[in-house]
Ligand binder design. Structure first.
Ligand SMILES: Cc1cc2nc3c(=O)[nH]c(=O)nc-3n(C[C@H](O)[C@H](O)[C@H](O)COP(=O)(O)OP(=O)(O)OC[C@H]3O[C@@H](n4cnc5c(N)ncnc54)[C@H](O)[C@@H]3O)c2cc1C
Length: 398
């Protein structure tokens, strides 16, 4: 016997969980089920920082608050960063952004992915089921999802929030444009000799950007070091002291000596974009729809905007008397989000290319460009206001 629900969200990552909570906030009567293969646990206060962290912008924080988790979020260990400093390894160009420049409290917040996911999953309560999706079938009308605990679910709307290698996307036959950067993002946590000064630091090297992201402890940073795959492998295999020296050197010893805290890991960097976001009765959000180079730390921030936009369109359609998951709402969501995500994806690819160029002409141009940008207060304020300030997020049925 299959179970009928209004909405089945496959993937209770940050994006899928936030989306389900927004929908329930707007229409508590909806029967919304989130399925995830794992339940994320809240890291213990004394545990090492997790390897996966995100720089959430204020729009994402607004979504988390709208999902009913503002209080819990404020209690997570986190670093609200006040400054961002970006510079070119190969010249004199640098850009420094400060929250004070746009009269805001902070430019973003560094939090552990596992903590945000655990917070949102806790808020889901009985709406979360821990099981793995085994198969997804297209029916004459709608979709049928079989879980590895034997249950079979037929939702009015199937939401794919199951990450970059989405099964939902595959089942729907939605193809993706793929760009393999031939790079890995090496991540780890380090203790730094000097305090990080609530600053997100990023140095652009010819091989790729190196980020030192400030954590709740003033002397610990989360590292995202973009390297060609073979170099990433070598750095993973290097002894801790060789690794620490190479990392400090690549960072020009900006925060003094560094010491590894815990393990290292590396993730392949591949940009993907789904050719379309919806089908009748099915829609994609978050990394299932797009995955982006981490150099600007935008991946999950785009996903939270997808979640807010989809919830908003579904609730507006319900209010207009349409059934949940009506194609008109899905198309409106897709129109709103696909162009915006494509713009960011292409910009990141362009940035990555620009900073990889070694010819003298490109080096001069890029350093002049950075200096001009850094000295132009109005231009900087305009860019920061768009990138950092909350976008309007309206999800309640009024
Ligand atoms: C090195 C690196 C650094 C990054 N830094 C940042 C940053 O600073 N800021 C930022 O915004 N983004 C960053 N990102 C990107 C960010 O991590 C992703 O965009 C984000 O995690 C995507 O969230 P999601 O919920 O869409 O997908 P995911 O986090 O991938 O969640 C998908 C969920 O689906 C579940 N799932 C998958 N398949 C199944 C199945 N068959 N059955 C049941 N459950 C399933 C999984 O268990 C998982 O919980 C970074 C990425 C990398 C690689």
């Amino acid at each position: 016997m299959s179970e009928r629900v209004d909405v089945l969200v496959v993937g209770g990552g940050m994006v899928g969980s936030a989306f389900a909570l927004l929908l329930k906030q707007g229409s508590p009567a909806l029967n919304v089920v989130v399925v995830d293969a794992e339940r994320s646990e809240m890291p213990a206060p004394e545990a090492n920082f997790g390897l996966r962290v995100s720089a959430l912008n204020q729009s994402s924080e607004a979504v988390i608050a709208q999902a009913g988790c503002a209080q819990g979020y404020a209690q997570l260990r986190q670093c609200r960063f006040q400054h961002m400093q970006v510079w070119d390894a190969d010249g004199t160009g640098q850009v420094r952004f400060s929250a004070a420049d746009i009269q805001t409290t902070h430019l973003g917040t560094l939090v552990e992915n596992a903590a945000v996911q655990a917070l949102l999953m806790q808020a889901l309560g009985d709406n979360l089921r821990v099981a793995r999706v085994q198969s997804i079938q297209r029916l004459q009308q709608g979709w049928q999802v079989t879980l590895d605990d034997g249950s079979v679910i037929e939702p009015a709307l199937l939401v794919g929030a199951d990450g970059a290698l989405s099964r939902v996307r595959e089942a729907a036959g939605i193809s993706t444009s793929v760009q393999d950067y031939g790079q890995h993002g090496l991540v780890c946590t380090v203790r730094t000799e000097k305090p990080h000064d609530a600053t997100a630091w990023q140095r652009f090297l010819p091989e790729g950007p190196l980020a030192f992201l400030p954590l709740a402890d003033a002397h610990q940073c989360s590292i995202v070091w973009t390297l060609p795959t073979t170099q990433a492998e070598a750095m993973l295999a290097a002894s801790p002291s060789d690794f620490e020296q190479a990392l400090a050197k690549a960072f020009e010893n900006t925060l003094g000596a560094v010491e590894l805290v815990g393990p290292r890991a590396a993730f392949p960097l591949v940009a993907r974009h789904a050719e379309r976001y919806c089908e009748p009765g099915l829609v994609l959000i978050g990394d299932a729809a797009h995955s982006i180079h981490p150099l600007a730390g935008q991946g999950v921030n785009l996903g939270f905007l997808d979640a807010a936009s989809l919830a908003q369109e579904l609730l507006a359609a319900l209010q207009a008397g349409l059934p949940i998951g009506h194609t008109r709402a899905l198309r409106k969501y897709s129109r709103q989000r696909r162009g915006h995500n494509a713009l960011l994806l292409n910009s990141m690819t362009g940035f990555e290319w620009l900073f990889a160029q070694q010819s003298p002409a490109w080096r001069v141009l890029r350093n002049l460009g950075m200096r001009h940008f850094d000295n132009n207060r109005l231009l900087k304020q305009a860019v920061m206001s768009v990138a950092m300030k909350p976008a309007g997020v309206h999800t309640s049925l009024q």
